[in-house]
Each structure stands twice: as C-alpha cells, then as structure tokens.
Design a protein around this ligand. Structure first.
Ligand SMILES: [Zn+2]
Length: 492
C-alpha cells in the first residue's frame, strides 16, 4: 500500500500521545512511502505532493488491539443450533466483517494471539500489501508449547471431528502453517530453543505465545502439565535473541510468578485465583512487564449465578457494560450473527451454558467468573503500583471481536475509576493503552503508536479531543489513514 505520491496532511490537530498534549493546528505532516517524513509548522513539501485537509479534526496514531483471535468468528460459546449453523456458514464473511469494522473503529494493527492455520493471517497481510484488501495489518503470534500442555494436548480423531463440525481448519503441529510449535516433555534447553527458531524462521512469528495453565483449554479439566522454569527461560532468551517479544497467557498467581521470573514481556489476562502479594506486584513493575488485562472477558464470561459471592457493585458494572455490548453487536457482527450473539448471551445469563443444548460449557464460565473478584482486585493492585497497561480484548472469545477496543477501554475506565482514592485510568491512560503502550507490547515502539517522523503514517481522526473525552476511542472514527492513505472516512 506504499503510495508513490507524497501527501501533506494539514488542518488537523495532531496529538502527542507520550506527552498527552495537542500540537498547534498550524502543524502539517508530510508522508512519503507510507511513513511520516516530516512534521511541523514549516512543512510545505518539495513539490508534487497531494494535500489532504483534515477539517480541523483531532488526530491520534492508528489504534492497536494487542490481543485478539481474528479467525475465531463464532458469536457464542453456548450457541443454539441456529446460531451455530449460521456461524459456521458465515465464518469467512464474518472475519472480513471484523477486519472492516476494525478499520471503521480506528484499529489499524491487530496482534493475533494464536490461531490454528497461520495461512489465514498471512493471506490477509499479503492481499493488503498487494492492494487487494483494505484491512488492518495482522501481527501474528505463534505458540511455542510443550506436548500435552493445556494448549497443545495430544490430538486425535476427536479434535479432528470437533474442528470439522465447527468448520475450523485442523493442522498437525508439524505442519509448516500450524500456529503451534511443540517440544517434548523433558526437552533439553537446546530443543526448546530450536522450537523458538522454528516459530520465528519457518512460521514467521512476530511474537511467541506461551500458555501457562494447569487446566486443559476448552474442557477446563485440571491435570495439564506446565513446562519447567528452564523451558520458560529458554523460550524467553531465544525469542529475545530474535528480537521477538514473549506474551504469556495466564490466569493464576502461580503462572504470573513463573512468567515474571522468566522475564516474559507481556502478561495477558489476570491472575484470578488469589491475591497477588506486594512482592509479586513490585517484581512485575521492576521487570518492566506490560499488562494486557483483556478485561472485556468479564462481559463475555462472568455471570451472576455462577459465583457464590461477588461485590454487587462490580457485577452491576459488568452487567451495564454487557448491556452496552449487546446494544452494539450490530456494528461488529453480520446481522444474523449479531441477533444470535445477543440471544445466546441472554440464554447464558438465564443459566443455559450448553452448546446445541447438548455440550455443557459451564466449566468455562465457572473457571473465568472469579475474574470479577481476585482478577479485578489484582488489576487494581498492579495499576496502583504504576503498571503499564496495553489494550488487548481477546476478541474471538464470543461475542467479542478484534474491532471492539472501545469496550475494553470502557471496562478499564469503569474498574479503575479512582474510587477509594486510588489511581484513575483517565483519558490519557486510555489513549496510551491503545496506541503507545500497545505498540511497545508488540515491540513496535517508534514505528507505531506515535505520530512522529520515522513512524508509519497510521492516523485516526475524531471530531472531539480524545484527551478530554476518551470515549471516542474505539468508537466510529471520522477518518482512518493507513500508511498515508485514507482507508475509511465517515459518511457526512
Ligand atoms: Zn487469547
């Protein structure tokens, strides 16, 4: 998409995300080959440029969703037969809808946190680069995982049949397009490093994903083994040797500690089983680890009736945000899927957690529901201590999509609201979480998440100042620019 004709953007109020200030309206921006070449009041180009008038809009860097699963496009976990069948038929159409709606909502970069078939993301990126598709760029993570662990259980006929029924691809871990590279239990550090090399060089990983959980995914049955601390350290060291960040999926204090000790770059989700100690918090902060709370999971997975006890005020906030989510499903899902998602969420709220009224998914809800208790409290501890928060929403977990970054920011604002004299997640935190901090999480600082010379020219324009009213972030944008080209502009 690197256009040859240079462009000058003028009459916009550019926002310096790091300093949290607006630049004078006289500042102009020159874009060459998709990159910001110069900016300031005296940028007049060298002749031959196109001039684009931003109409006085406030302009921020392209938004980044640092954690989503783009190719999961089923609108409900506990789906009714109708939703399931329609979801299966419309899967690829819905993936396209997610990409389009992400751009409309200002999201120009999405990190895919793990997928079955890496070809799905590389196809999107290739078509985008060839100008055949207008979509956010996908930054793909590849899982490096021990055989038999929660994410890479041994696969047999059963998983093949499950994937076939759900209309999902199914690849062996050895397949060059598989989203997971495995190493054996008891592997030497050399074997683990070789798995990382394979993820980076053969599978083109832009992040290494580590799953650390004692419960098998999907079934949530306990007994999944964890890799050793040596394995974990070998992954981190080898990924860093390639300049690739390590992101860790975890939901327990035990895993959180293991990740911090091994030096992972990004902690995804929140420990929900017990409180973090002051020592845990201080180690996390000193490790410069980035936190991606994926707090939107509350709305997707946390229901009254599942938990014996919770703070009523927190549950009321979850329900209020879920109500907003249900009201906006049509902006993100194809119409039949939006209707299915809403109906199925309401079914779960009434206690029906069965897929096709047959397969019980109550374990998934029971496992995640304590996010509202220790999960939220741990988030507050980490944020109070100054943790760097990046926006990732786990889109792909139904009914969340990768485009819904506004909802993630709304969750963070609601649960880090400054009550009880605590640190407040304000407009600048929201803006930094979805731009600069997310770029850091991707190891793309200076290239994304900032408006400055040398950065990719990804820009989002709004009619209001996001430093004053952050609720515009992740909402419909006035205009979206990717690599210097206008890829979306709102109908006037
Ligand atoms: Zn995820």
């Amino acid at each position: 998409m690197n256009q040859q004709t240079p462009v000058i953007y003028e009459n916009g109020i550019f926002i310096d995300v790091q300093q949290g200030r607006t630049l004078p309206p006289s500042w102009r921006l020159e874009v060459r080959n998709g990159e910001i070449a110069a900016m300031g009041p005296k940028v007049f180009g060298r002749g031959g440029e196109r001039c684009i008038d931003l109409g006085g809009a406030f302009v921020v860097p392209g938004l980044i969703n640092a954690h989503a699963h783009i190719h999961l496009a089923m609108p409900a976990i506990a789906a009714s037969l109708k939703t399931f069948l329609v979801g299966r038929v419309l899967r690829s159409g819905q993936v396209k809808r997610t990409l389009t709606s992400a751009l409309e909502h200002g999201v120009t970069t999405i990190r895919d946190g793990a997928t079955e078939d890496l070809g799905d993301s590389s196809d999107i990126n290739r078509m985008r680069e060839q100008g055949l598709l207008v979509a956010p760029r996908i930054v793909q993570a590849v899982a490096v995982s021990m055989e038999g662990s929660c994410w890479t259980r041994q696969r047999g006929m059963g998983t093949r049949v499950q994937h076939a029924l759900a209309g999902l691809p199914h690849l062996t871990y050895e397949h060059p397009r598989s989203g997971a590279v495995t190493f054996p239990r008891g592997a030497s550090s050399g074997e683990v490093r070789a798995a990382v090399d394979k993820a980076v060089m053969e599978r083109h990983a832009r992040a290494i994903k580590v799953y650390d959980q004692r419960e098998a995914l999907v079934s949530f049955r306990p007994g999944a083994p964890l890799m050793s601390k040596d394995h974990l350290s070998a992954i981190v060291e080898q990924a860093h040797a390639h300049g690739v960040p390590v992101i860790m999926h975890q939901f327990s204090v035990e895993s959180f500690r293991r990740g911090v000790e091994a030096g992972v770059d990004v902690m995804v989700h929140l420990p929900l089983d017990e409180p973090l100690t002051a020592d845990d918090v201080s180690r996390f902060i000193h490790g410069n680890t980035i936190l991606e709370p994926t707090l939107s999971l509350l709305g997707a997975l946390c229901f009254r009736g599942v938990l014996p006890s919770f703070e009523e005020k927190r549950m009321a906030t979850v329900e209020k945000l879920r109500h907003i989510l249900i009201g906006t499903l049509g902006d993100y899902w194809l119409p039949p899927l939006a209707r299915g998602a809403a109906a199925d969420l309401q079914r779960v709220a009434r206690g029906n957690t069965k897929l096709l009224n047959l397969l019980d998914f109550s374990a998934a809800y029971a496992y995640h529901a304590p996010l509202i208790n220790h999960g939220v409290s741990n988030l507050r501890r980490l944020f109070d201590a100054g943790a760097t928060v990046a926006c990732g929403n786990d889109g792909g977990i139904p009914p969340l999509t990768a485009a819904m970054v506004g909802l993630e920011l709304a969750h963070l604002e609601a649960f880090l609201d400054g009550s009880e004299n605590r640190r407040r997640f304000d407009a600048l935190h929201a803006l930094q979480a979805v731009t600069g901090n997310a770029a850091r999480s991707l190891a793309y600082e200076n290239l994304h998440g900032v408006i400055e010379p040398g950065a990719r020219a990804d820009l989002v324009a709004y009619g209001v100042n996001p430093l004053v009213d952050a609720s515009c972030l992740g909402g419909p944008a006035t205009a979206v620019i990717m690599e210097g080209e206008v890829v979306f502009s709102a109908p006037v």
